[in-house]
Design a protein around this ligand. Structure first.
Ligand code: SF4
Length: 285
């Protein structure tokens, strides 16, 4: 692992530094690990880049590999693990995995999901084990939802959210900003009010150009000007990171493209990704 990280950060140290891998290792900080449990997903979103993983990939991570990686990364300060996909609830052993991670100690678990399988698998997760669950929901219009995701699962997601709320999970809604779909004032206020009345935090996400370029060109909406329409002035500078403001009783975050996030950390992102084939990599895809 140290060897891997040394290569990963090669160039981050002065050329004449006399560092062996152990000393070099002490310089690294890896706070977070984003684990793509599977490349598979049960939806087919218009803008999906699936983080560079092929949806037809049959790879799926083994719990033992995940746990040994987490143990190794704890040496470098790992505090946070995010379970994602594809769709993480298509990973059959998610319950065993969550328990195994919690047994390591001092690791917060986050899940990012499309929310369609929550009610099916709710008995396998609990708010005492999962620090936050982020649900992708770009629109509160059922027909637009179907067009965006290619599936009729809107009501499953809404029911899943109700269940999570009843069970007191810490919930965040992830909403990608898409021109001519959800960026008019009415739709923006609708999702803000929905989140506010349910006490869900909300994250607006800038459309990434990592997916289909034609989709990007057609639907890209510049987030700062869009959000000013409803009085959210994030006032972002060139090297912005995520910005959080308090609005209508909830936290609203703006998450810009990964390139900006990397710039804000001087090119030394403190997170790693683990792909379904077990490979460790950075956030560029
Ligand atoms: S839910 Fe996520 S992984 Fe699945 S198709 Fe949509 S964007 Fe892609």
């Amino acid at each position: 692992m140290k060897n891997y990280l040394f290569n990963y950060y090669e160039g981050a140290f002065p050329a004449d530094a006399e560092l062996d891998y152990y000393d070099a290792g002490k310089e690294f900080t890896i706070n977070s690990l984003r684990i793509s449990l599977t490349g598979e997903c049960n939806e087919d979103c218009l803008y999906c880049h699936n983080e560079g993983i092929s949806k037809s990939s049959k790879h799926s991570l083994e719990i033992e590999n995940i746990i040994s990686t987490i143990y190794s990364l704890k040496e470098f300060g790992l505090k946070k693990v995010k379970l994602t996909g594809g769709e993480p609830f298509l990973y059959k052993k998610i319950k065993q995995l969550i328990y195994a991670i919690k047994q390591i100690g001092d690791i917060d678990i986050f899940i990012t999901t499309n929310g369609t399988l929550i009610n099916k698998r709710i008995d396998e997760i609990s708010p005492s084990l999962v620090k936050k669950i982020s649900i992708s929901l770009d629109t509160l219009d059922e027909e637009k939802y179907r067009l965006l995701t290619g599936k009729n699962y809107y009501s499953k997601v809404i029911k899943g959210l109700e269940t999570l709320r009843e069970k007191n999970f810490n919930i965040e809604i992830d909403s990608v900003l898409l021109k001519s779909i959800n960026t008019n004032k009415k739709d923006l206020l609708k999702i803000v009010d929905f989140c506010s009345s349910n006490n869900f935090n909300l994250q607006f996400i800038e459309l990434s150009e990592a997916g289909d370029l034609n989709v990007y060109k057609k639907y890209y909406a510049e987030p700062v000007s869009v959000l000013k329409k409803i009085g959210l002035d994030f006032n972002i500078d060139k090297y912005n990171d995520r910005k959080i403001i308090r609005y209508k009783g909830i936290n609203i975050t703006l998450c810009r493209s990964i390139k900006d996030v990397c710039l804000s950390s001087n090119g030394r992102c403190s997170g790693l990704r683990m792909l379904p084939d077990g490979q460790l990599t950075d956030f560029n895809y």
